[in-house]
Each structure stands twice: as C-alpha cells, then as structure tokens.
Design a protein around this ligand. Structure first.
Ligand code: GLN
Length: 487
C-alpha cells in the first residue's frame, strides 16, 4: 500500500494487489482440472478478474480510494463478487480509482494517480481515464483477464477509451449494486472492462440476474417484459444477420473533437457501411444540457450518500474528543474534513447547495426535468420502443429511426499526467468534467453503451481512439454485437 513504491514500479493500478502466493493458486489448479475434464464452471473458471475498490470484498479491504475508508474491510462480498466466485473466477486484487468514483483521470485517489500503460509518442505518462482507471490499466497491462468497474457517468467507458480496452456499461438495473459503494444511486451501474467484447459478454452473462437484495435490480417480470418487447421477429433479427440502421448524432460533431477521434469515428462508420449497414444522421437536441444536468444530479445524490461516512459507523475516525467547545473540536467535521479529498468535498458542498430549500427548484428539480428530455431524445430515435414504457406512451413521432448510435467515447485523447498533476499547468475541475460530455447522456437515460478501441493509422505511430455504441434500454446484446463489429 506504499504509494510511492507502487507508483514508481508499475501503473499503480491496484490499491490492494493479490499476494503472489495464496489459496487462490490452488483454485486455479482445481479449475485447470475441471477444464481438462471438459467441465469448467463457466467461461471464466480459474481466471483472474480485478475488482474496483468501491465494490465490497470480504477478504480484501475496500477503500473507495479514500482516506476515510483507509482501514475498512467489508464483512460481506458484493453480489457481483459472489457471482464471479461461484463461476470459478478469482478476485485479482482491488483496483485504484478516483475517490468514491468522482473524477475522469484516476488522479483523485488517496493512493496516488493511476498511470496509463500506453504512453504518448514522446514517452510521456498519460491519464488512464477515470474513475475506473485502475481497472482499465490492470486489463491493458495484462495483469488480469478482465475487471469490474462502476459507471455512473462514464467511469468504465472513458478509461477503456484511454487505455485501448473494451468498456461496457449495461442498462441500468440489470447488474446488482448490492455491496457497491453508492455514488449517485439513480445513475450507478456496475460495468465490465476486458480486452475483447467476447470477454465482456462472458462476464455480463454471469452477472445479468435479479438480486432481491438490491431494490433497483430489475425484477424477473420486468426482465421478461424486456425480452418480449425486443424479441419481435423484426427486432430479434438484428442480433444475427439483419442489416442495421446506424445513427450518427449531429450534436456530437463538436469542433473540439481531436483529429484522431474524428478519424476513428469516420473509419468506424465506413467499416459498418462496408458490411452492409446503413448510416443515418439523427438529432439528440438536448445533448447540450446533459453534462450540466449530470453535474447537478450526481453531486446532489453523492452529498446524501456520503453523509454516512462520519467516523462512527465506518472506517477512519479523527483523533481527539468530540464537542469539547473548541471550534475544531467536533468528531464529524474533523473526520470528514481530514478523510475526504478536495474533489469529494467540492461535490458534497455543491450537492448540499442544490438540494437546499432555496436552490432545489432551480437546480435539482430542473435537472430532473432535463434528464427526462434527454431520455425522450433517445426514445425518439430508436426503432425499438423503450421496453418498460407505459402502454401507449410511445407518442413521439419517429422519423429516421435507428437501431444503435455510434459516437466517440471522449472528445480527445488522454491528457498527460504531468499536465494534470503539476501546479503550474493544473487544470480546473471543469476540464475533467468536459471529458464526460459524450458518456453522460446514456447514463442519464439508463441506456447500455460500450466503448471499443478503434485503430487510427496516423502518419507516424498508429493511434487508438474509443468509439461508443449506445442502444435502446435492454438492447445490451445488440450493443455488444455492434461493438464486436468495430473491434
Ligand atoms: N467523471 C464522472 C464523475 O466524476 C464519472 C464518474 C463515474 O462514472 N463514476 O462524476
């Protein structure tokens, strides 16, 4: 756990790495025997899967990259960890992140920043993206088969785009969040990072189950409704051979796109056309409000969720007596003042303000309304209607309908770590927020989205950029299928 040491020697992808020796080695051997006998427990039997350190594990600490949970170990496993272990997978350690998932570069960690295993052409260290940067780096550096991250507003997709891996955020409510530290409940999802879409699908298939312990986990009957709604002959054929209608949102074509990102986008569309699919421009007019909406809703929910870290129930407690009459003599404020980092404090203050009596109508309530508009934008362009929409709710006139949307994952390539960390070039928090501009719309609407690495053969070195596929709610298999076409 020595920050300097890990940072110097590796990518600082892990907060708690797996020890070199341990009972897990026997489990790999047992899985090998099962595979030899032709009876593996699953496609990931005996394989190493790293887990973001905001997902609870009984055997390893869960810090959320925060000083306030520095010494915390959960008494239970998150459901997703139990599901993976039941399928024979081995937890390959706990990965570094932005504190409580708040950030876009994995530099807001009490344990030091994550380094991207890819460097730029002049050998400079790059951001691994955030907040699941450690998860993405551990996969990119071949330290494990795949990783579980969390995606509230792009935290699995952005690191995947920056590190050249595949990052999948499923439809909201499909994968259990029980035992996952909440950041913004209405947006939080568990996501999967792998080298290929095939790896990601194997893991998704294991985790895609109802969990009665998570009140936001989709019920079995809702899952059947989704199936029924997407399995009409016309829609089901999209999963096999039917030519797809691919949408390109005009609002995503912003002047800030860097040339390699723009080129990767064009190459992806050309590639799909060559395979017989058709490309159509679509309009998502409320996209321009999505980022500000997200940064009102996310901090508001976070300020409420993080209230429980008070030094009494969990983790680290500040030294000294409580309420001794001195201005700094209060347990809660001392614990929280010392335990949370800058970005987390900024969001708690922001969220507390937008929920306060004077501001709630203009900020939180307004943002909820805009969120609805962003959802309606998507519903208006997808061929498949929202499978959980009320009967007859589909009143929006649909023109130019599409099966999936293709757009960049991030507007630019990964920033240099030195630019992010040095005081002279230190960027404002808003610069990091802007990197989320293409990932938050799908989060606000709860839609499935995948980021896949697309090669851009530039003049000098071949470059990579992340391209995102977004689908209608419940269309997770289609999104993965199109992601696979682009790999
Ligand atoms: N960068 C976003 C944020 O800081 C994304 C976070 C996430 O998805 N966990 O809120």
């Amino acid at each position: 756990r020595c920050v300097a040491n890990q940072y110097a020697h590796g990518f600082n992808a892990f907060i708690t790495p797996l020890s070199r020796a341990g009972p897990w080695l026997d489990r790999v051997k047992e899985a090998d025997v099962r595979k030899e006998e032709g009876k593996p427990k699953s496609a990931v039997d005996g394989r190493l899967i790293s887990i973001k350190d905001n997902i609870c594990t009984r055997d390893l600490p869960t810090t959320c990259a925060s000083r306030i949970l520095d010494k915390f170990t959960s008494p239970f496993n998150a459901t997703v960890v139990d599901q993976l272990e039941a399928a024979g997978a081995i937890v390959a350690g706990k990965t570094n992140l932005d504190e409580f998932g708040m950030g876009s570069n994995s530099t807001n960690s009490h344990f030091g920043p994550v380094k991207n295993p890819r460097r730029d052409s002049s050998g400079e260290d790059l951001s691994a993206g955030g907040s699941s940067g450690g998860s993405a780096a551990s996969v990119a550096a071949d330290q494990c088969l795949a990783s579980l991250g969390t995606d509230t507003g792009g935290s699995v997709r952005l690191p995947a785009a920056y590190t050249g891996t595949v990052g999948f955020k499923p439809s909201y409510g499909l994968i259990s969040r029980w035992g996952v530290a909440a950041y913004a409940n209405s947006l939080d999802t568990v996501g999967i990072i792998g080298k290929t879409t095939a790896n990601v699908r194997d893991i998704f298939d294991i985790l895609n189950q109802h969990d009665h312990r998570d009140p936001t986990s989709l019920s079995i009957s809702s899952r059947s409704r989704i199936q029924a709604s997407l399995q009409t002959p016309q829609l089901a054929s999209r999963l096999t051979s039917a030519p797809l209608r691919v949408g390109v949102p005009i609002e995503y074509n912003v002047s800030e796109l860097t040339p390699s990102v723009r080129r990767a986008w064009a190459l992806s569309l050309a590639h799909l056309k060559k395979q017989g699919h058709t490309v159509h421009s679509v309009s998502l007019p409320d996209t321009k409000h999505a980022l500000s909406t997200y940064y009102v809703l996310g901090p508001a929910e976070a300020s409420s969720n993080l209230a429980k870290y008070d030094g009494v129930r969990y983790g680290t407690r500040a030294e000294g007596p409580d309420g001794d009459g001195k201005p700094d003599g209060y347990l809660f404020s001392n614990t929280r003042g010392q335990g949370f980092g800058q970005e987390v404090k900024r969001r708690i203050v922001l969220g507390t303000f937008t929920l306060s009596a004077d501001a709630i109508d203009n900020y939180f309530i307004q943002a909820q309304r805009v969120r609805r508009l962003v959802q309606q934008d998507f519903d208006a362009v997808f061929t498949a209607k929202h499978p959980l929409a009320a009967q007859g709710a589909d009143k929006i006139a649909k023109e130019n309908e599409v099966d999936v949307i293709i757009c960049p994952t991030a507007p630019s390539s990964p920033p240099r770590l030195s630019d992010l960390m040095s005081n002279s070039t230190k960027k404002s928090p808003l610069d990091a927020y802007v990197a989320d501009v293409f990932t938050v719309p799908a989060s606000l609407a709860g839609l499935p989205a995948i980021s896949v690495p697309v090669m851009v053969s530039g003049q000098q070195d071949a470059e990579l950029a992340g391209i995102q596929v977004i689908g209608q709610y419940g269309d997770d298999q289609l999104v993965m299928r199109v992601g696979e076409m682009l790999e």
